[in-house]
Every structure is written in structure tokens, then in C-alpha cells.
Design a protein around this ligand. Structure first.
Ligand code: S3P
Length: 168
């Protein structure tokens, strides 16, 4: 199997975008981020989309965005935390789950980063969402990396895994 792209999945704040940028550089691939792509296309922040058009509308934009991005190949794609739950990801993607515990995520997210995420405004609801989603993340992934260590520590585990696979 030759995969088209590497797709990073995981809960809000687990480090998908930070990991993705480094991974893309190390693997000589292009980095793209689903949330940033949507924000650019809509000329509007994710919070504003949730507020003005609602979550359902955002999920439709997300599916459209991941469909369009996966038409291209040779990229590292960082998804929003809801993509594996609400969207279908091309089966030609090498899907990597950034597997961090909820408490690690809470410590990793600054107040500013939290404020950008409408589904993280209430910590106990975010924890419930995490518990509901974790099995789906694991099921969808080709590979789960233990992301409870610092980001630079686990990136090399992902690089080693990817280098043993064929990605366009
Ligand atoms: C969401 C995660 C966010 C963003 C939106 C919804 C989710 O992205 O897409 O706020 O449903 O988990 P991050 O995972 O980058 O925080």
C-alpha cells in the first residue's frame, strides 16, 4: 500500500499542529491544517463559525475541506479533533493518533488556546467528549503514538514509523 498523505488525529490540544509542522519538515512534505484552511477560506475564526452558523455547518465545512485536501498527495495534514468522529477520511491516508491523556492535554493548552476552542469552554464537558471519542480515534488510526511525553520526545517515534511505510 502506498499512502497518499499522513493524517494526524487526536483530541483538541494534543499537539497535532505542532507535531505536524515538525513532521512535515523532517519528512520533506507539505504541512496543511484543516482548521486554518477553513478559517482562511471562510475569512472567519472557528469560534465565529460555531457562533454564527452552528456546529452542524462547521462539520459540513470540515468534511468538504478534508475531501479537498486529500485530493492532493505528499502532505502532513493536521485535523481538528472532531474530524474522525464527524467526517470520513480517505482510506489512502496513513492515520496517526496523537494519544495523550486528558490531564496532559489540559496542562498543554494555554488559556488563550482554550479560548479558541468552543467545545473546550467547559472542562468537564470536554472530558466527557474525550471519553466518548477515544475509542473512535483508536479504531481509525493505523498507528497510535504515546503522546504523554514532550512533543520532541515522541516525534521521532512517529518519524521511525512513517519511514517504514510508503507515502507519496
Ligand atoms: C474541535 C476541535 C478543534 C476545532 C473545533 C472543533 C472538536 O480543533 O476543529 O473547535 O470537535 O474537537 P483542534 O483539535 O485543533 O483543537
Amino acid at each position: 500500500m502506498v499512502y497518499d498523505n499522513i493524517v494526524l488525529i487526536g483530541f483538541m490540544g494534543c499537539g497535532k499542529s505542532s507535531v505536524g509542522k515538525v513532521l512535515a519538515r523532517k519528512l520533506y512534505k507539505k504541512f496543511v491544517d484543516v482548521d486554518s484552511t477553513i478559517e482562511k477560506e471562510q475569512n472567519c475564526s472557528i469560534s465565529d463559525i460555531f457562533e454564527s452558523k452552528g456546529e452542524e455547518h462547521f462539520r459540513a465545512l470540515e468534511q468538504k475541506c478534508i475531501n479537498e485536501l486529500t485530493q492532493n498527495t505528499g502532505q502532513v495534514i493536521a485535523t481538528g479533533g472532531g474530524v474522525p468522529i464527524h467526517s470520513t477520511i480517505s482510506d489512502k491516508s496513513l492515520i496517526i493518533y496523537i494519544d495523550a491523556d486528558f490531564d496532559v492535554i489540559v496542562n498543554r493548552l494555554s488559556a488563550r488556546e482554550r479560548a479558541k476552542r468552543p467545545l473546550f469552554d467547559d472542562e468537564s464537558r470536554a472530558r466527557d467528549l474525550f471519553d466518548q471519542r477515544i475509542d473512535t480515534y483508536k479504531e481509525q488510526a493505523n498507528f497510535s503514538v504515546d503522546a504523554n511525553q514532550s512533543i520532541p520526545t515522541f516525534i521521532h517515534v512517529i518519524v521511525d514509523y512513517v519511514l517504514d511505510r510508503r507515502v507519496k
